[in-house]
Design a protein. Structure first.
Length: 101
């Protein structure tokens, strides 16, 4: 396991493990994107995390400041913070929540 990386396991119907799949994992799998999180919050069909300051941003993303929030998984009720609802396709990797500095 990579030091300081986030890991998730369990049911993954909506890619709530953020490993780019919808395959259930009975052991820890690394969260995609190489982000380092200081906290994770797990819901039944989605996950969110607060990134550490100074973590490397995914290519093409704005720089990560202290407390940048990411979410992934199901968005049927707008729980991912994208100003949308619906879940035609789950968000399979950590994606920055809208309207952050």
């Amino acid at each position: 396991m990579q030091e300081q990386a986030a890991y998730c396991w369990g049911r993954n119907d909506y890619s709530e493990l953020a490993d780019g799949t919808t395959i259930t994992a009975t052991s820890p799998v690394a969260v995609a994107g190489g982000l380092v999180f200081r906290t994770l919050s797990v819901g039944e069909f989605f996950t969110g995390g607060v990134a550490n300051a100074g973590a490397a941003a995914p290519p093409g993303s704005p720089p990560i400041s202290a407390g940048t929030v990411y979410s992934w998984g199901d968005n049927s009720f707008g729980q991912l913070g994208r100003n949308t609802t619906g879940n035609a396709t789950p968000t399979m990797t950590p994606t920055r929540v809208l309207y952050q500095p």
